[in-house]
Ligand binder design. Structure first.
Ligand code: BG6
Length: 488
């Protein structure tokens, strides 16, 4: 692992929720673990007229919920700074001067990361303002980190890429998709390319279909302002599920370099057939029941307009026109207020070509042997399960499904937070887990026609697996109606 260079980590939107919940805890933990706190500083910026002291106090309170060490107080007092920032060029000159003053005071070499935890509509102007005062380059490295969503369709993503590239080269740009920081997502690469037994079966000859499910039990919460405008296709499908899809489907890269991996992912997107809007199901949760508690409809959530037609559920099949995957559907399904929080990739293998075993189901009716399934679980308990058939003890030759089971936490203890992994990569300059401009555009190219298609949004009861129509689309493509494999 490369060293962590001394640097200043500048957070835009430092008074916001992401800073407290994710960024500061991840930075603090990282600095303690790597023992580099002495040379790494955080400069928070936002419109609010806070002082260093106020920022430190807020940080201490937020971090105290997770950490109890005395080092925490020292870190907050010695390593955190704050600068209030408007949108004028003088404000950005002031920011540059403050950065330079901190660098001089702490004898830093001028390495800077700029993390935009901001509303997406100001990404472009913030990046331009940084460029105009010369903060896009410096005595050391300068990197800009952009949260999702990157654009709201193909055209806006291209326009944003152009604005970014006018000031920062692609190797300075870190587009975050926090799913890429999850250990199990990264382990997909190890699993596929480090184990010859699976890779040789990873194709249309052996795999019948792949189901990717990202289910959340929570509703929109307090985020209606952003979410009602974005919708679930933009919030989850275009980024998180698409990342999982490309990692499952990509060809082996020529090396583990960021460029080699990202270019294989782009090839998958470019080989994916345009999505037929007829096969897409959008849903919105109505009121319903969770374990005897009633849950409100999406339209009754705080801040959501009564007549909102925003989708909170999306199901669709993707088809890849290449030699490896021709004829194998990838069924993607994601929604809010589904029965449980579960993120899972189910790889369904083909049935045995000849069935030697006469099976009967629970009702005594003849049935086939269940095909093998590889379940890759990202949430809630990260790990792998391989389903296979065994003979049950006794005289009759009856088969039953059993599982080979692996859980990360049992083997390695708690997993690091995705943000900690990603922040470390930003600081050491590793772009493997970040989304390239080509990738983001290829993904929008796939989904933008659906945004323009004005699809019906069908209601589903909170606590169900989505609208009935989703079952039909998935069933037509060979999936179980409810995600039967969704348990481990
Ligand atoms: C975020 C979305 O990117 O991912 C949220 O904006 C969603 O709407 C969240 O709830 C899910 O992330 P995770 O890691 O909890 O699956």
């Amino acid at each position: 692992m490369p060293n962590i260079d001394p640097h200043i980590f500048v957070i835009f939107g430092a008074t916001g929720d992401l800073t407290k919940r994710k960024l500061l805890p991840a930075l603090y933990h990282l600095m303690q673990e790597k023992d580099v706190a002495a040379n790494c500083y955080v400069l928070g910026t936002a419109r609010s007229d806070w002082s260093d002291e106020r920022f430190r106090r807020e940080a201490r309170e937020a971090l105290a919920e997770q950490f109890s060490e005395r080092a925490l107080l020292r870190w907050c007092d010695q390593n955190l700074f704050y600068q209030s920032l408007g949108s004028d060029s003088q404000d950005y000159e002031g920011l540059r001067d403050r950065i330079q003053a901190l660098e001089a005071e702490h004898d830093l070499p001028g390495n800077r990361a700029f993390y935009l935890s901001l509303p997406p509509r100001v990404y472009g102007s913030t990046i331009e303002a940084l460029g105009e005062v010369g903060l896009n380059g410096g005595p050391g490295w300068s990197r800009v980190v952009i949260e999702k969503p990157f654009g709201h369709d193909l055209e806006s993503a291209r326009a944003l890429n152009d604005r970014v590239h006018a000031h920062f080269s692609e190797d300075q740009v870190y587009r975050i998709d926090h799913y890429l920081g999850k250990e199990t997502v990264q382990n997909l690469l190890a699993f596929r390319f480090g184990n010859a037994i699976f890779e040789s079966m990873w194709n249309r000859d052996r795999i019948e279909r792949v189901e990717i499910t990202v289910a959340e039990d929570l509703g929109v919460g307090e985020r209606a302002g952003y979410y009602d405008d974005a919708g679930h296709l933009r919030d989850m499908m275009q980024n998180h599920l698409t990342q999982l899809f490309t990692l499952v489907a990509m060809e082996p890269p020529s090396s583990m370099s960021a460029d080699a991996i990202r270019s294989e992912k782009v090839k998958v997107l470019r080989s994916t057939r345009p999505i037929d809007p007829e096969e897409v199901v959008f849903g919105q949760y109505a009121d319903g029941q969770f374990d005897d508690t009633s849950a409100p409809a999406y339209r009754d959530e705080p801040g959501v307009p009564d007549d909102s037609t925003t989708e909170t559920f999306v199901a669709l099949p993707l088809h890849i026109d290449n030699w490896r995957w021709q004829g194998v559907p990838f069924l993607l399904r994601t929604g809010k207020r589904l029965p449980e929080k579960r993120t899972q990739i189910a790889v369904h293998f083909e049935c045995a070509p000849v069935s030697l075993f006469q099976q009967t189901d629970e009702d005594g009716q003849p049935c086939g042997v269940d095909p093998n399934v590889l379940l890759i679980t990202l949430q809630p308990d990260e790990g792998f399960d391989l389903h296979f058939e065994v003979k049950t003890p006794g005289e009759a030759f009856q088969l039953e499904t059993q599982k080979l089971r692996f859980r990360y936490e049992e083997a390695y203890g708690p997993m690091p937070d995705a943000y900690e992994t990603l922040l470390q990569d930003i600081i050491v300059g590793d772009q493997t887990l970040f989304v390239h401009s080509d990738e983001v555009e290829a993904s929008w190219e796939l989904y933008t026609p659906l945004l323009d298609a004005d699809l019906d949004v069908q209601p589903y009861p909170a606590g169900s697996w989505g609208p009935d129509a989703a079952d039909d689309v998935l069933r037509t493509n060979g999936a179980a109606t409810t995600p039967s494999t969704l348990s481990s």
